[in-house]
Design a protein around this ligand. Structure first.
Ligand code: NAD
Ligand code: MG
Length: 367
């Protein structure tokens, strides 16, 4: 099997660094041919020192998106890994698809904003959309090419975040420092806050809906504090398949790149005698309204997921800057979902307009 040539958009972030680690671990199977960072020039230089032959670009500045698109379409690449936080990777992802590349998607936000457009474009071009988010990568492994009609439920596991057991009354006084301390994963700031509000799992419910072509009612969430079972598929014969590993994003990144093959690596295997136990519990939906908001957005569809995603980005930023209380993240999102005009079958332009309106609505609500 040949070596996959990969462009990493967002190479300085948490996912980007894990992708670089995978490339160093399995150099015969993965070669990084392109790298981008937004404004971290020092980090980009470091990345380039690891992969001197790779083309490297900074994406901040007025023609930044053009540079990302050029990188995403470079003739030398087989796969483009989208590891940009937020929705800045949407146009580069669509450009990669147009150029006939497979895309490996870590940026769940682009699938929440425009999942239908991305999946339709990929199907038209006959390219693969490879899930990197650990839950979706787990489901991808469990499905192993089986059609969605044999699926009864996709069961996304959820660590529960740092406030899994915190009384609701204490959430008002949560600081960014506490919210950033994830119990099982070390990640970028935005996704860490999303994991604390459970909007991360909400976004992932909508992400799953598009990646696997199932209705929202078939997407379930179960809290699993150890983050060893990365997700499960229940089939129509009531059998369940699960994927397990330590919580390290190198696992799903590697599988997305080497798929459909499995390749030996230096990652630590599980020792079941050491694990002792795996717990599962129902999420506290009344304490964490993100799950119901995401279910509503995914079920009603149209522009609603785009609005949820954009308002959440603005609210998370305000919370990190101490301009918003933790529970107000949910309220801000819900308010934007109720305020921004709904379009049932939006074009890409209408989705981007809903994204813009939602950001404005959230900013106004925050004040
Ligand atoms: P991060 O903040 O650590 O890194 C973000 C990367 O994107 C950096 O390289 C940065 O330079 C770049 N970037 C930031 N803003 C940009 C913009 N406007 N345009 C272009 N590039 C920009 O984030 P992360 O934790 O690596 O997460 C990246 C994506 O992967 C997110 O969508 C996140 O939800 C998803 N994801 C992350 C993890 C994880 O373990 N970190 C797991 C699953 C999914
Ligand atoms: Mg995830």
């Amino acid at each position: 099997m040949k070596r996959k040539r990969v462009v990493v958009l967002g190479a300085t972030g948490s996912i980007g660094q894990s992708a670089r680690k995978v490339a160093r671990d399995i150099p015969d199977r993965m070669e990084i041919v392109g790298l981008s960072a937004h404004s971290n020039a020092e980090g980009l230089r470091e990345a380039q020192a690891e992969f001197p032959k790779a083309k490297a670009v900074l994406s901040s500045g007025p023609d930044g998106e053009e540079r990302l698109i050029e990188l995403a379409q470079m003739p030398e690449a087989d796969i483009v890994l989208i590891a940009i936080v937020g929705t800045g990777g949407l146009r580069p992802a669509l450009a990669a698809i147009e150029a006939g590349k497979d895309i490996a998607v870590a940026s769940k936000e682009i699938l929440v904003l425009a999942g239908e457009a991305v999946m339709t474009a990929a199907a038209r071009k006959g390219v693969n959309v490879l899930p990197v988010d650990s839950e979706h990568n787990a489901i991808f492994q469990c499905l192993d090419g089986r059609a969605a009609d044999s699926v009864r439920r996709l069961i996304l596991t959820c660590s529960g975040g740092p406030f899994r057991q915190t009384p609701a009354s204490e959430l008002d006084s949560v600081t960014p420092e506490r919210a950033l301390k994830h119990p099982t994963w070390s990640m970028g700031r935005k996704i860490s806050i999303d994991s604390a509000t459970l909007f991360n799992k909400g976004l992932e419910m909508i992400e799953a809906r598009w990646l696997f072509g199932v209705p929202m009612d078939k997407v379930d969430v179960i809290v699993h504090p150890q983050s060893i079972v990365h997700s499960m598929v229940e089939f129509n014969d009531s059998s369940v398949l699960a994927q397990l590993s330590h919580s390290d994003m190198c696992f799903p990144i590697q599988y997305a790149v080497t798929w459909p093959e499995r390749v030996a690596n230096s990652l630590r295997p599980l020792d079941f005698a050491q694990l002792a136990k795996l717990d599962f519990e129902a999420p506290r939906r009344e304490v964490f309204p993100a799950l119901d908001l995401a279910h509503r957005a995914g079920s009603e569809g149209g522009t609603l997921p785009a609005v949820l995603n954009a308002a959440n980005e603005v609210a998370v930023d305000a919370f990190l800057n101490r301009r918003l209380a933790f529970p107000a993240i949910w309220q801000t999102v819900e308010q934007a979902m109720n305020e921004v005009p709904f379009v049932a079958h939006p074009s890409l332009d209408e989705l981007l307009e809903a994204d813009r309106l939602a950001r404005a609505a959230a900013a106004a609500a925050i004040g």
